[in-house]
Design a protein around this ligand. Structure first.
Ligand code: DGY
Length: 320
């Protein structure tokens, strides 16, 4: 008998076919909306494998309703949507999809940095709203990227890939990380500094840490107030790492120049979100890894992780 699995959203057809060769499969077949919690709770009861997304909250209660679950395969590198402790206590293996999305997410992080510094969305709207009357010396002026100091908080795979891009812009790179002796930064001329020094000195503060109880509101009022009035905050990790209320205040009072945000504490957000109303914010709908090639690679890797566990083989990326 094939093991049973549940997939919480439509994924590419070729991946579904591959999974069908090995598994008896059910998939949440709605238009692009998350599976309702009560349905997920019913499904998780009867399957051996769960293929899920970062929008699915797999908490302790959900995990405890599973009767025969062996693996939770998350199609994301971040896994803050899963209660890892509960999974481990119940003997369930959890997997994720790092590496395949590193470069794509670094590309987007850099694009967001540039868009925020050079006010690109505002400039696009300027024409669309028929505001362009003449060339003028200080019109839509932003901040220079070349030669500026980039501060990376969390020099992991993606942070390092962002730093590599920054070298091409002749940026000075400083970083703050749990481990300060990183071999991966040796050729980046990147200097380890304390969080305080990074906040005070960086022209761009780039938040690249995983979201855990230790990084919740890592950047709050105190930290934001250490930043220069001319500096820019970029967050492509998880919304909860930054205190959004404090961020709104410093942006509104122009105590920092701007913020580029791909992630929010509660997603999705809409046009009425306070941060979106500010002209010095560039807000994106969590698209860090959203290239066609990378999303296919993530979907494929999540399938491989899942099949490996169900076949009692070591998955490529196991968290617990
Ligand atoms: C992740 O994988 O955790 C990103 O946030 C989405 O690609």
């Amino acid at each position: 008998m094939k093991p049973k699995i549940f997939i919480t959203r439509k994924i590419p057809n070729n991946i579904v076919k591959k999974l069908e060769e090995n598994c008896e499969l059910a998939m949440w077949n709605s238009e692009d909306t998350p599976v309702p919690r009560h349905i997920l709770q019913e499904k998780i009861r009867e399957v051996d494998g769960l293929y899920c997304l970062l929008t699915d909250e797999i908490d302790e209660q959900m995990i405890e309703s599973a009767q025969q679950l062996k693996v939770i395969s998350n199609m994301a590198v971040g896994f803050n949507n899963i209660d890892i402790t509960a999974a481990k206590a119940n003997g369930i293996i959890v997997t994720n999809t790092p590496d395949v999305l590193t470069e794509t997410t670094a590309d987007l992080t850099f694009a967001l940095l540039m868009a925020t510094a050079r006010r690109i969305p505002e400039a696009v709207d300027y024409i669309k709203n028929d505001q362009w009357r003449t060339w003028s010396p200080m019109q839509l002026t932003g901040r220079d990227i070349h030669g500026a100091t980039l501060g990376i908080i969390g020099m992991g795979r993606i942070g390092t890939a962002v730093a590599r891009r920054a070298l091409g812009f002749n940026m000075n790179i400083i970083f703050h990380n749990r481990n300060k002796n990183l071999r991966s930064v040796e050729d980046l001329h990147a200097a380890y500094v304390s969080l305080e020094t990074l906040l005070r000195e960086a022209d761009f503060v780039c938040v690249m840490v995983p979201y855990t109880k230790h990084t919740h509101h890592l950047i709050a009022e105190r930290e934001l107030k250490m930043m220069k009035r001319t500096s820019i905050l970029i967050n492509t990790s998880r919304g909860g790492v930054v205190d959004e209320h404090a961020l709104y205040q410093v942006l509104k009072e122009h105590n920092i120049f701007g913020a580029g945000l791909d992630v929010f504490a509660q997603e999705p957000i809409n046009a009425s979100h306070p941060l979106v109303s500010l002209p010095n914010v560039v807000a994106l709908p969590h698209i860090g890894s959203a290239s066609v090639q990378t999303r296919h690679k993530m979907a494929e890797l999540a399938a491989e992780n899942l099949i490996c566990v169900l076949e009692k083989r070591q998955p490529p990326y196991r968290i617990v």
